[in-house]
Design a protein around this ligand. Structure first.
Ligand code: ZN
Length: 365
């Protein structure tokens, strides 16, 4: 087991042998069930070059990632809608909680809203103004200014100001490991102010030049994520690729505002399909996958770096038939005989869930 890195969740080295996948030993952490292997030290910015996205080598990357664009549109649009809905709900709940708290202190009473106006958002904006400019407004605001604020009121006021600001602007999302930018494209389409970070210079340039997106060439580490606080950070099928998942998730926490969201997806080694597939599991995809998480282990890691998981799901994703056949050929080392003969049928998109890719949304504490 030499060359295996300590478990990023348990932060210790206590592994047992699990499988041998095409000659490589996969080991499993006795503490949390995470699996890994003795991956060599490598430079992601070199590994994820143009040949990763359009690969003639069946053992590396994608035959043609760009052919997935149409099929992934539905998946990415659904992800963007989900994020927007959860963020809007979070803003309303903060506004509601702050309004109740201020009312309970006798220092604020909500005035009736015009018919059809959303209660939560109306309160957010109304309270935001009260808290920001207390002096010349109605009597309630002066009471707020005079009354000694408890830590809860201060915290709610701070979050309320954030939420009021958020309502007036687009939600800001940072997609870490954005690849050629197809999720970012969907996020922009859903009204987000979206930017990305991508290890592959080739993919980052594609996103900038072909899709007109704001994408930086960099890694999932603090110094590459920028300083602008985000309402949401996304990491779709990325965490299994990064050498130090704890550091990458901590970096995501550092750029997510309190109450903001992290959404990520990755293979779940504890799923039924993974367990039944044994060493043939299609996500034992060496060398690019370094870690194989369990849903519970990943949630534990998220909590430890400052995120509270609020939603765990096994989403349906859309893929072209050709891609699905290619994945099968790669897992079983069959060569590309069948996928090469699919013709136009290969472009047909199919909804797929094997229940082995978990999507977790977590709220920044
Ligand atoms: Zn562990």
């Amino acid at each position: 087991m030499s060359g295996v890195h300590p478990c990023p969740i348990c932060q210790r080295y206590d592994y047992r042998p699990l499988h041998v996948v095409r000659g490589t030993a996969i080991v499993c952490c006795r503490g949390c069930g995470l699996a890994t292997w003795a991956w060599p030290t490598f430079e992601p910015r070199e590994f994820y070059d143009a040949s990763y996205w359009r690969s003639a080598d069946i053992g590396k990357g994608y035959a043609d990632y760009f052919a997935l664009a149409d099929a992934l549109r539905a998946t990415n649009a659904a992800r963007a809608r989900l994020l927007r809905r959860l963020l809007a709900r979070e803003v309303r709940s903060i506004a509601g909680a702050a309004g109740s708290l201020l009312e309970a202190r006798g220092s604020f009473s909500a005035t009736p809203l015009p018919p059809g106006k959303d209660l939560g958002e109306g309160r957010a904006l109304r309270c935001g103004r009260l808290v920001e400019t207390p002096a010349p407004m109605d009597p309630g605001s002066e009471m707020i200014a005079r009354s000694p604020a408890t830590p809860q009121v201060e915290e709610h006021s701070r979050r309320l100001e954030t939420s009021a600001t958020v309502r007036e602007q687009a939600f800001r999302v940072l997609d870490v490991g954005c690849g050629p930018g197809y999720f970012l494209q969907a996020a922009v389409g859903a009204g987000f102010a979206a930017r990305g970070v991508e290890a592959s210079e080739f993919a980052a340039r594609f996103a900038r030049e072909q899709l007109g997106l704001e994408v930086r060439h960099g890694l999932a580490r603090r110094e590459d994520l920028g300083d602008e606080p985000c309402d949401a950070v996304t990491m779709w099928d990325v965490i299994e690729h990064v050498p130090d998942p704890r550091a990458s998730l901590s970096a995501a926490a550092a750029v997510t505002r309190p109450g903001g969201l992290l959404a990520l997806s990755t293979g779940d080694r504890s799923s039924l399909v993974a367990r039944l597939s044994g060493r043939h599991w299609h996500l034992y995809n060496l060398p690019e996958h370094l870690w194989f998480f369990t849903s519970s282990g990943l949630r534990r890691l998220l909590r430890e770096v400052g995120f509270a998981p609020i939603r765990v799901a096994y989403e349906v994703c859309w893929y072209p038939l050709r891609y699905l056949v290619e994945r099968l050929e790669a897992s079983l080392r069959l060569g590309r005989g069948l996928s090469g003969r699919l013709g136009s049928l290969g472009r047909a998109a199919l909804p797929v869930t094997l229940g082995d890719i978990v999507t977790i949304v977590a709220r920044r504490a």
